[in-house]
Design a protein around this ligand. Structure first.
Ligand code: C2O
Ligand code: CU
Ligand code: CU
Length: 503
């Protein structure tokens, strides 16, 4: 009798606790700096699973709740804008000087819509492309012309932490800061975006994102005529008000802000006139939270030649290329056998149409790279557990604390990290895991070797629910670097830690 009463009491407490947690979860009132009690959350998966499904309604496999479905837009098409290749202020010897200003502007996204306030680098929306020649030093004067702090983060660049533009390098409104970047990594498509504490997701959503191309003469076999046979596509999803305005506050979702409309280089429904048989497209998933599956409307392959940090071991023909927020892929599209227009689709929705006319012959020679073979059962030096959703996200049970160093390492060390995505009671979601200051190799996914398109340098890696991804990284630069989930709202909610590399 006595033990039965106790059992009821305990069950009551457990159910009560779960209800409180659910209430906190859906109200979004959890204190950001609280370390969540992970064991408690995980305690009773089976009994809460059903309740979760019921409450969440139509959450898709990778998200919870209010994930917007992408819709084709009937906006009239416009030529794809190609971001300006930023001209250096000057070049002296081995140093290239640029100026990058974060500014406020306005943009009209719909022909009959109202203008929105947007942010851009050196313009109204998005930013220019900066060429970073391998082996050179690039000095950038960064200027914050916003009314709020920002930072200038060079995503994917292997540089010391004090130049990296993480949350510790805030530039106050109206201030300047100069960075010196020694470019010493493989040719690749990187990007830059803000990273200030609490404002990253909103500033990116409003338009702050630009391109960084690490270049090297050795890549001459690939199409590299910028804007002609080598084009960038910064792909983002956005939600608009009935007036056609962007309104982050109205649409912000703690689990990742998604939209129903796809933009390529900031524009809805774009066209690009193909002039050469082979087109090189540099895809950047610049969305706050959405994973994109890219396909061609004619069902042909995209040939992926590079990932986040440079070339792949070999070109990989793929019907579908999946990118999580922050990831990039360079692809070649072969138009030599194509007569009609071909569209690029994300999740089956057309957003950029390639118009094919007379094509110049191209002869290309695809360079490749060799990655070091690592055994898939390499022992992990560290284990990082990604967990949660919405406001209750964590890494190893902790939320971000700028005063706490989570991982210490020595410069020159090589480590194997195992990143695990622990599913939550709703089944969990994919977290794109990103590390500053390094390019790493994927060693294994759930014990199997990575797919060919992940055999190359990476700085952001998708980790699906219940998946374990092993990576190998070598620390070559010193300072305190961030690692985090690149769903920007998760990052804001504390799904971020600090890695300190010392001499
Ligand atoms: Cu692209 Cu820490 O970010
Ligand atoms: Cu980064
Ligand atoms: Cu996440």
């Amino acid at each position: 009798m006595k033990s039965k009463g106790m059992w009821f009491l305990l069950t009551g407490i457990l159910i009560g606790g779960i209800l409180v947690l659910l209430a906190v979860l859906f109200n979004g009132t959890w204190n950001h700096n609280n370390n969540m009690n992970q064991d408690h959350m995980m305690g009773n998966d089976s009994s809460t699973g059903q309740m979760g499904d019921h409450m969440m309604g139509n959450g898709g496999p990778t998200g919870h709740g209010a994930t917007q479905n992408l819709q084709a837009s009937d906006e009239p098409t416009q030529p794809l804008p190609i971001p300006t290749a930023l001209q250096p202020d000057r070049v002296t010897g081995d140093t290239v000087y640029y100026t990058v200003e974060a500014t406020k502007g306005t943009s009209r996204f719909f022909k009959d819509g109202k203008k929105s306030e947007t942010f851009g680098y050196n313009g109204n929306l998005l930013g220019p492309m900066l060429e970073l020649p391998k082996g050179k030093t690039v000095v950038i004067d960064t200027i914050n012309r916003l009314d709020e702090p920002t930072t200038f983060h060079w995503h994917g660049l292997v540089i010391p932490a004090d130049m990296d533009g993480g949350p510790h390098q805030a530039v106050a409104a109206g201030k300047h800061a100069q960075v010196r970047l020694d470019i010493d990594q493989e040719p690749s498509t990187l990007w830059f975006h803000p990273h200030p504490m609490g404002l990253t997701a909103e500033q990116v959503y409003k338009g702050l994102a630009g391109l960084l191309y690490v270049t090297d003469d050795a890549q001459s076999g690939l199409p590299n005529d910028y804007g002609v046979d080598d084009i960038p596509l910064i792909v983002q999803d956005r939600l608009f008000t009935d007036n056609g305005e962007l309104d982050y506050d109205a649409h912000m979702n703690v689990d990742g802000t998604t939209g129903d409309t796809i933009l390529a280089n900031g524009v809805i429904n774009t066209t690009f006139d193909v002039q050469t048989e082979t087109l090189r497209v540099r895809l950047v998933n610049g969305s706050n939270a959405r994973n994109f599956d890219f396909t061609l409307s004619n069902g042909e392959n995209l040939i992926q030649i590079a990932g986040d940090g440079g070339l792949l071991e070999k070109p990989v023909p793929l019907k579908t290329i999946s990118l999580t927020p922050g990831e990039r892929a360079e692809v070649l599209i072969d138009f030599s056998q194509v007569e009609d227009d071909v569209s690029l689709e994300a999740d089956g929705v057309t957003f950029t149409t390639f118009r094919v006319g007379e094509l110049d012959k191209t002869s290309i020679d695809i360079p490749t790279t060799k990655t070091r073979e690592r055994s898939t059962d390499e022992k992990a030096d560290r284990r990082l557990t990604l967990f949660g959703m919405g406001n209750m996200v964590s890494i190893n049970g902790k939320t971000f604390d700028p005063e706490r160093i989570d991982i210490e390492a020595k410069r020159g060390d090589t480590e194997v990290w195992e990143i695990e995505n622990k599913p939550d009671m709703m089944g969990g979601m994919t977290h794109p895991f990103h590390i500053h200051g390094v390019q790493f190799r994927v060693i294994s996914r759930d014990g199997s070797p990575p797919a060919d398109q992940e055999k190359g340098w990476k700085d952001t890696v998708a980790v699906a629910p219940d998946e374990q991804v092993k990576i190998e990284l070598t620390f070559t630069k010193t300072g305190t670097f961030m690692y985090h989930c690149h769903i920007l709202e998760h990052e804001e909610n504390g799904m971020m830690g600090q890695l300190k590399v010392t001499e």
